[in-house]
Design a protein around this ligand. Sequence first.
Ligand SMILES: Cc1cc2nc3c(=O)[nH]c(=O)nc-3n(C[C@H](O)[C@H](O)[C@H](O)COP(=O)(O)OP(=O)(O)OC[C@H]3O[C@@H](n4cnc5c(N)ncnc54)[C@H](O)[C@@H]3O)c2cc1C
Length: 324
Amino acid sequence: MRDTTKSEPNCDVLVVGGGVIGLTTAVVLAERGRRVRLWTRDPVARTTSAVAGALWWPYRIEPMESARAWALRSLDVYEHLAERPEVTGVRMVEGVMGGTLPEEIGTWTAGRLADARLATAEEYPRGPGMWARLPLIDMSTHLPWLRERLVAAGGLIEEREVKDFGETEAPVVVNCAGLGARELAPDASVRPVRGQLVVVENPGIRTWMVAETVGSESAYFFPQPGRLILGGTAEEDAWSLEPDPAVAEGIVQRCAALRPEIGEARVLEHRVGLRPARHEVRLECERLPGERLLVHNYGHGGAGVTVAWGCAEEAAHLTTAGQG
Ligand SMILES: Cc1cc2nc3c(=O)[nH]c(=O)nc-3n(C[C@H](O)[C@H](O)[C@H](O)COP(=O)(O)OP(=O)(O)OC[C@H]3O[C@@H](n4cnc5c(N)ncnc54)[C@H](O)[C@@H]3O)c2cc1C
């Protein structure tokens, strides 16, 4: 990390937020030749983005039509990044999306998931499901890789909290503060949707599975290098970052009902994250005093990884369109 000065006058754009949205946005801007600084309150490992599973799929995000377009643009990028999985943390992995039919997604993916098909009864005994090859992102590799890519493009990253946009000086500020936008914007419509996960030793599972959700509880598992991520929950307006042992036990049981060997797997870690939910993603411009521009890019709910590149490109476009 290059930590130089205390202020940010020598930059074109200040990005606030160092989760997947802020880092991806900063990478896009820096690679378009802008001098970028990124300020993050938390180290990358303590962001919501570090908790994510993370499967490419538009889940708990609005407006769905825009989210699908951002997701498809991100799919292009992730497919490319999956050519170097050890470096980028992105792999294309097969699995089953329970309750989804291939023809349902055909309309919005416009044939981009060419190999999607109906899952067989053996692959998904609980009813109809879609078998598809989707990006699965190991955030413990992907986030550090994004940081390195930003620094390689000339970006500066500093651990620093912004209390008020008035304390910034850059001509353009991009707000990628996730749930932090609640106080910073301020915007009370950004609310937490708490998600808990259990990380176990992988008992030899190579494909992912997402079963249908019942209320706030779902059952899914994602194989990541050296481990299996089990999920999950989605509790609205719950703020606790403490893992709840009873919730963890429920997650393991629901996943073991899908694949019995999971019930015997050794637990490695418990994770909790707060999804930055909003009635719709906020991707728009605002004026700051002194002819400065503020671009908001937050509120990506349960799909920030899925839409990161599409939103980053739109935010980058707004930083120039809004200056005109
Ligand atoms: C359990 C769980 C599973 C998930 N699974 C998936 C999945 O499979 N696929 C998927 O696409 N998505 C998934 N998500 C959702 C995804 O994690 C989020 O949508 C995404 O991480 C949001 O990214 P972000 O960068 O906006 O927020 P964050 O990662 O929270 O980053 C916000 C950043 O802003 C900084 N910040 C906040 N306030 C300030 C301030 N005042 N000053 C300076 N910096 C500030 C923080 O320090 C942080 O760096 C999951 C989430 C959870 C909790």
